[in-house]
Ligand binder design. Sequence first.
Ligand SMILES: [Zn+2]
Length: 149
Amino acid sequence: MANIIGKGGNKPQKASEQSTQQPKLDLGKSTPIVCAHCGYDVFIDGSKFRKLSKLITGTPQDVIVPIEVMMCGNCGEICEGAFSDCIGLTNLPTLTGVNTIGKFAFSGTGLTSASIPDNVITFDMNVFSGCESLTNIEISEDNDTFSFD
Ligand SMILES: [Zn+2]
């Protein structure tokens, strides 16, 4: 498992600070990611919700957990693993405007290090699963809202 450098934090995010921007990636040497179902290349934000039983969480009520996903803008197919198993990916795309990194987004890639900028608020621990070359995850000093799901 990679070392995690930086503090991160667990402050709840304010609704007013949430952004609906699409990820802005460095397109210099990129190839388009298209829907595996229909080939369309525009994705929209969506949310899935999971219910955790109070018997598991120990809380007075069941807990609803929202999970942000990217959906194909054409057919609605959910693309949870858009970057999965792209071994050639050794540099993290520019994450300008990204608040949440989706589940398994970079799993199985050849990333050697990852830097989490100020704007990324949360990601799932599975984001970097299977990244065997990844040794360091650096979290921006100024990022005090970051947390793991
Ligand atoms: Zn599609």
